[in-house]
Design a protein around this ligand. Sequence first.
Ligand code: TXA
Ligand code: MG
Length: 328
Amino acid sequence: MHTDVLPTTSTELHAHAIETAVTLLRNGEVVALPTETVYGLAADALKSEAVLKIFEAKGRPRFDPLIVHLPNLQWLERVAKVDRDAQQLVEKLSTQFWPGPLTMILPRQEIIPEIVTAGLNTVAVRISAHPTFSEVARQFDSPLAAPSANRFGRISPTAAQHVLDELDGRIPLIVDSGPTVHGIESTIVAIRNGRIELLRRGPITVDQLAPFCQVVVPQPTQHPEAPGQLPSHYAPSTRLVVAEAISAFSPSPNQRCGALVWSTDIDPVKFAMIKQLSSRQDLREAAANLFRCLRELDQSNLDLIVAEKLPDEGLGAAINDRLERAST
Ligand code: TXA
Ligand code: MG
């Protein structure tokens, strides 16, 4: 299969890319699209055969459920059951954070095929704020299932080239709208027993959620509901270790070691390659650069990558979570 890459750099190109994507989706094909977090691999969420193609292209095990992206809020109650005690909270969260990088896990409606939820009785839903994704969803006018557009277990793509590197020849189309804004995957919360359970840290931080409701962070476990919550996930091929402070770390002699760093006072002679996440010490910039830097280090024939822990608060905690998973 040939993989087309269509840019959206002018009004005409944008319109053409969207039309091509919508036509393919209507024909039951998969399409890689930018979202505000990472690139996603989308298919018609209500068509099992189309969703199956996502699992095939990614090499994703069938027991790992997908996020359903809605064209608008009217779709929420068609795909998910919002019972009375959850209703107020769901309304507040959707008003505050949608469209945007928050995914809510809710009891599912029958309309969602089993393959999407991997047999769970819940469904993950969000509404993307990306102009390309939301326009495709609007024109398609039906929910799109879309996981991150990488091979299973690998780092999520934050640029069209990353998708091409992993899925060239396996999907018909990648819509290229440049690098993504947030750079890490959406925050995932389950609304259960009147509380917010934080299942995956992301661009919407605990501090942003706390005013709405008590937020609980379940302990990491080897037996989560969904494999995306496994401690080891999102890994580069090169071995990666996390260091509390890069200044205290010394690679062994003859070891080609790369460094992914937050601090600015780093000894350049120790490392074969250094990637600085944010020279301005800005966590948002660090998140946006994270996966690209990890990919570049991973492609540089290193024996080891050492990643420095970030301040463990807000977005820093979400980035540290990705580093921990990349290190196992
Ligand atoms: O930012 C994002 O969320 C991106 C963009 C494309 O929207 N998508 C994304 O999807 O990261 P994915 O499939 O790579 O990660 C979704 C995670 C997986 O770990 C999956 O196991 C979990 O969500 N998940 C999906 N449905 C679930 C459910 N019903 N219960 C618990 N976890 C669920
Ligand atoms: Mg993923």
